[in-house]
Ligand binder design. Structure first.
Ligand SMILES: Cc1ncc(C[n+]2csc(CCOP(=O)(O)OP(=O)(O)O)c2C)c(N)n1
Ligand SMILES: [Mg+2]
Length: 587
């Protein structure tokens, strides 16, 4: 009767984090809840009891509640939710959760807290749960109150991730702590429709392949086995799919497109970029994804982690890529192939590529000249950010593998990584392209006594961190005042023509340099000569930041749209502050 009375008056709390938690509990089919009395978890408990989906039990003693959950989870084989208030209440979960940890029982402990900034303030009952013992839960997540779309999206992914951990690899307990504002408003009658992420292992039933445009996006990827390449190609053939790749994807099959030139266009979006299903394999790349409109995203990786680099992640396949691609090609007739979608990408690529005009002397121009000349079977190491982006506009020979320190995106070890790889095979050529700041950071490795004659290192010396000068970078609004500290111009001899020459030559390198297109053309053959010669080579290319910026602007605006021309004209007329005023009025 009591519940009936409440049901008439009390719906879901208006607190968004509570609503998302409840939506996801339902989506992941978690019904049983053991609630302990208290204040901070009122919004959750009252909301749960307003929904007939949940089967709720009450337990005053939290220690006992956690053990009740152990029994219930082992009996049903399904996750059980625990919820209690703050202070010592939650500490009493520890014994039961420890039991659950070692027995791999899926118990979801949901605790609540006041404003997280009040930890340590001596506010009554406020305790610090930020440090979790290693053998208590598999994962612990804190969620603040949610007020923006960005927070809603981000925490929905994290909540999915936490809930999925309950049953992953044998299962175990998980902790979620949400912040509450003690709202008294329970007027929400409908839960929000939330993004639901599922994890699939080889033993699970696979979801049907989404129909429509299917693209495989390859991040930084280790060398491919022939079997994987064949399997991906078969997948593409039978499913009309395409592989979006770049220098560090290392895919050398028949369905690849260097997508950077298309996805980097600022003024136009292309129909091929409307992707119904994007399958991401490999690890962190520069992810030129701005123009990609992804309706559904699947991640396939042996690590099985939830990584939401694209929107609309719905499945994580915890398995070898080979298992995945084989499974989705199974039973399909591969005598017929449909390559329409690939053709759409290739046509767009060719059309844009043909539009690249003569660029100013810059990293981009150098990339365009050098990539087609790189000798077969060599290795290419690219500096992070600006260099990686510039070179990714130009496709290379499929016999060449490419690498970049995209794991941590540091400028601190690019040259060392190149040298480390080059020591493995001294008969192979290892090409490295680096910016000046990155070079001078890591230059001591050129003195390493193990170094061979198989290095071809190109330093694009623009005397600055060009990354921060590029149009679109947050620092670009600073103009020249970015140079001194943000972009760190003028260090290391301020583009001295001698500094690097002396250093390189004293260490036995052949040193060449160029400050113009003509000089570059004179020396490039030496740089790309296909045989390991008498010396390793260091090619220093002096460019200018203004030309660098111009080149990137040109290549990112190969096609002009009427609306952006109008926007630019308005900006010119009104200035930034005028545009802001107009926007305000329109809003
Ligand atoms: C260890 C480290 N410190 C700082 C950064 C931030 N950072 C990113 S790009 C960049 C500038 C690199 O300049 P340069 O190597 O000259 O390349 P350019 O952008 O001029 O092509 C810096 C400092 C970083 N990635 N790693
Ligand atoms: Mg630089």
């Amino acid at each position: 009767l009591y519940k009936g009375v409440l049901l008439n008056m009390i719906n879901y709390s208006i607190e968004k984090n509570v609503q998302i938690i409840i939506s996801l509990l339902k989506a992941h089919k978690i019904r049983r809840v053991i609630a302990s009395p208290g204040s901070t978890n009122v919004c959750l408990v009252a909301s749960l009891q307003s929904d007939d989906y949940f089967k709720i039990y009450s337990s005053i003693d939290e220690r006992s509640a956690a053990y009740l959950a152990c029994g219930m989870a082992s009996e049903t084989g399904k996750p059980v939710v625990l919820t209690c208030t703050e202070a010592t209440a939650s500490r009493n979960y520890m014994s039961g959760l420890t039991e659950a940890f070692y027995r791999k029982l899926p118990i979801l402990a949901i605790t609540a807290t006041n404003d997280l900034t009040e930890i340590g303030s001596n506010r009554p009952q406020m305790i610090d749960r930020s440090v979790v013992p290693n053998d208590l839960v598999k994962k612990s997540l804190r969620i603040p109150t949610i007020h923006s779309k960005k927070e809603r999206k981000g925490y929905t992914v994290l909540l999915n991730d936490a809930i999925l951990e309950l049953t992953r690899r044998g299962g175990g307990p998980v902790h979620i702590e949400y912040e509450t504002e003690y709202s008294r408003d329970y007027s929400t009658t409908k839960l929000p429709c939330v993004q639901v992420i599922k994890r699939i292992t080889s033993a699970d039933k696979f979801p049907p392949l989404t129909q429509g445009n299917i693209a495989i996006y390859v991040g930084a990827h280790k060398r491919w086995s022939e079997e994987l390449t064949l399997s991906v190609d078969k997948f593409c053939k039978v499913n009309n799919a395409v592989v979006l790749n770049d220098h560090i994807s290392n895919y050398h099959g028949n369905y690849g497109v260097y997508s950077t030139i298309i996805t980097s266009q600022k003024q136009k979006k292309y129909p091929c970029c409307d992707i119904d299903l994007l399958i991401y394999i490999g690890d962190i790349s520069y992810a030129y994804k701005k123009n990609l409109n992804v309706k559904n995203y699947w991640r396939v990786n042996p690590d099985g982690e939830v990584r939401s680099i694209f929107e609309n992640l719905s499945y994580v396949f915890e398995m070898d890529e080979l298992d995945f691609f084989k499974r989705y090609s199974l039973g399909k007739n591969d005598t017929e192939s449909n390559t329409l979608y690939l053709k759409q990408w290739v046509d767009t690529y060719n059309c844009l590529f043909d539009k690249i005009p003569e660029l100013p002397f810059s990293n981009l121009w150098v990339a365009g000249q050098t990539t087609p000349l790189l000798p077969k079977d060599s290795i290419l190491f690219l500096g992070i950010e600006n260099t990686l982006r510039s070179w990714n506009f130009y496709d290379k020979d499929p016999s060449i593998d490419g690498f970049c320190n995209t794991g941590g995106f540091g400028i601190d070890g690019g040259i060392s990584s190149l040298i480390g790889a080059s020591l493995v095979n001294k008969n192979k050529l290892y090409f490295g392209i680096t910016g000046d700041l990155a070079f001078f950071y890591d230059m001591n490795v050129l003195g390493n006594k193990h170094i061979g004659k198989n290095i071809r290192l190109m330093v694009i010396n623009n005397g600055i961190g060009q990354q921060f000068k590029n149009t679109g970078h947050p620092a670009s609004v600073l103009g020249d005042s970015a140079d001194v500290y943000v972009a760190a111009a003028g260090h290391f001899g301020n583009k001295s023509p001698l500094l690097l020459k002396h250093y390189a030559e004293d260490l036995g390198f052949k040193y060449i340099s160029a400050s113009t297109k003509e000089e570059f053309s004179t020396y490039i053959d030496k740089f790309v000569s296909p045989e390991v010669g008498e010396n390793s080579v260091l090619f220093e290319v002096f460019t200018d930041t203004i030309d660098e910026t111009k080149a990137l602007d040109i290549i990112s605006n190969l096609e002009v749209s009427a609306s952006s021309t109008a926007k630019r004209a308005a900006k010119k007329l009104l200035g930034d502050s005028g545009i802001k005023i107009v926007r305000k009025i329109l809003n």
